[in-house]
Ligand binder design. Structure first.
Ligand SMILES: O=P(O)(O)OC[C@H]1O[C@H](OP(=O)(O)OP(=O)(O)O)[C@H](O)[C@@H]1O
Ligand SMILES: Nc1ncnc2[nH]cnc12
Length: 171
């Protein structure tokens, strides 16, 4: 069996000098490896009682929608500011330098919904923590945060203490 890592391309100095970007487009192109990645994500979650998969713009949409289809549940996007047309809830979060924000539609999650949060990469964890806050503010229960990749050297897990955090590939 081929390893998923062989289909994650490393691009040096993208999007800025010093960053080694993990590019999943080779994985998306390949049907059988994409399916293997999807099954690996599903197997991170033995209890599949999920009402909503929340996917994070933009790379969290790829496997987020596939996960929702496989789990036969809803998919709700979390987007960058100004992209969602209906009534939104906003969470501001800290970046290494400065701040950013994310939004969700207020009718995306109902009180008591069991939610799986998915994104492609866990890096510093600021994005995922902001998404957890949005889900909980709408009354959802974060059952798991799952990622295709975790950049463990950036300690994103520290920001997600108290949340069930899993990744398929750890660097
Ligand atoms: O753990 P953090 O340090 O918060 O970083 C992780 C986030 O960064 C990347 O998204 P990016 O902002 O590059 O957007 P994109 O998916 O639209 O390319 C990645 O897809 C995660 O969403
Ligand atoms: N090194 C990296 N590669 C891909 N996506 C990222 N998001 C944050 N850091 C990243």
């Amino acid at each position: 069996m081929q390893e998923l890592q062989e289909f994650i391309r490393e691009v040096k100095d993208f999007p800025k000098p010093g960053v080694v970007f993990k590019d999943i487009t080779p994985l998306l192109v390949n049907h059988s490896m994409r399916e293997q990645a999807l099954q690996s994500l599903i197997s991170l979650m033995p209890d599949r009682q999920i009402d909503v998969v929340v996917g994070v713009e933009s790379r969290g949409f790829f496997f987020g929608t596939l996960l929702a289809a496989a789990l036969k549940c809803s998919f709700v996007p979390v987007r960058k500011p100004g992209k969602l047309p209906f009534q939104t809830l906003t969470q501001v979060y800290d970046l290494e330098y400065g701040q950013d924000s994310l939004q969700i539609h207020t009718d995306g999650i109902k009180k008591g919904d069991k939610v799986l949060i998915h994104d492609d990469v866990l890096a510093t964890g600021g994005t995922a923590k902001a998404v957890c806050n949005l889900v909980e503010a709408l009354g959802g229960e974060v059952v798991q945060c799952n990622f295709l990749m975790e950049l463990a050297f950036l300690n994103g897990r520290d920001k997600l203490k108290g949340f069930n955090t899993k990744a398929v590939v750890t660097y």
